[in-house]
Design a protein around this ligand. Structure first.
Ligand SMILES: [Fe+2]
Ligand SMILES: [Fe+2]
Length: 301
């Protein structure tokens, strides 16, 4: 369990992306489209987190964890709203995102929903509970990456020359990911019956989540690049996944506009340790300091 406890709360924020250019990371279409892919993945993904967690809440017997889960749900719901607004920014720049958002919706509502693919094998209460706990485990694996990306964003100077509103949207969101990084892991552990089962499940789920997370994000990023008339974007749109990841590594090491792919690989390797806990993956004080100076959070006050 975590040592640092403080109350998680959803914070009001206000963003105006009217003046934000499509290439909000100047001179780097690859990083721009890669980061913009998050606007398409997250609203559905985070609303799915909220639905799963609302179902899991009655199973939580630890009052402190229950409070954390409620704070987590509130924060993720606000994140989803912010990225839904950012989808309008993509539409304003003539990006057709309907097909990509429909696929993401299918993933989170149909495949990972309460009744996946309309099957009836979840009629049994025990199976339904098992499926709920597995989905909590999938969220824990995803949240490992959002927490690590959050710490990367707190440390990185790569967006200092980027559009300040969009950079703030991501930094505010990622700071809250650092802030609540332990909740998903603790909830999954709480709902698993044995430590061995917890360890085995989180490894099996990560083996699924890591490649899918990388492949889906790259596909969505390429779908955005395909619609961008910039010649470099057209090249990015044709890259294979290995070529795409090589560029991510290069961009991460040179410009720091995105995390290097090896940052994600190392994060996955740390997850393998039986003593792994996300508490040691980030700096809460640093994240809270960013939230305190975030222009979007200040504007909402
Ligand atoms: Fe979030
Ligand atoms: Fe999160």
């Amino acid at each position: 369990m975590t040592e640092i406890r403080h109350t998680l709360k959803g914070r009001p924020v206000q963003f105006d992306l009217q003046q934000t250019p499509l290439h909000w990371i100047p001179g780097d279409v690859f990083s721009t489209h890669l980061i913009n892919a998050i606007h398409i993945l997250l609203p559905e993904g985070e609303l799915w987190f909220c639905r799963v967690y609302n179902q899991a809440l009655p199973l939580v017997t630890d009052p402190q964890l229950r409070e954390d889960v409620q704070g987590f749900i509130h924060q993720e719901a606000i994140h989803a709203r912010a990225h839904t607004k950012a989808q309008d920014y993509l539409r304003q720049h003539d990006m057709d995102i309907e097909q990509a958002t429909a696929r993401v919706r299918w993933l989170f509502r149909d495949l990972l929903g309460d009744n996946p693919l309309g099957q009836t094998w979840l009629a049994n209460a025990a199976t339904r509970k098992h499926w709920l706990v597995m989905r909590v485990g999938i969220i824990a694996a995803i949240e490992h990456f959002t927490g690590c990306l959050g710490q990367w964003a707190m440390d990185s100077k790569g967006w200092d020359d980027a559009d300040p509103v969009m950079a703030d949207l991501f930094r505010w969101h990622l700071a809250e990911e650092v802030e609540h990084r332990t909740v998903a892991f603790d909830l999954f552990e709480h709902l698993c019956q044995t430590q061995l089962g917890f360890y085995a499940s989180r490894q099996a789920l990560m083996a699924l989540v890591f490649p899918l997370f990388v492949a889906i994000t790259a596909e969505v990023a390429k779908s955005l690049a395909r619609q961008d008339s910039d010649p470099q974007a057209q090249i990015v749109a044709r890259w294979s996944l290995p070529r795409f990841l090589r560029q991510m590594e290069r961009a991460g090491n040179s410009s720091d506009h995105v995390p290097a792919f090896s940052v994600l690989v190392r994060a996955t390797l740390r997850w393998l340790s039986p003593s792994f806990h996300p508490q040691y993956e980030g700096n809460t004080e640093q994240a809270l300091a960013y939230i305190a100076r975030s222009p979007a959070a200040q504007a909402a006050h």
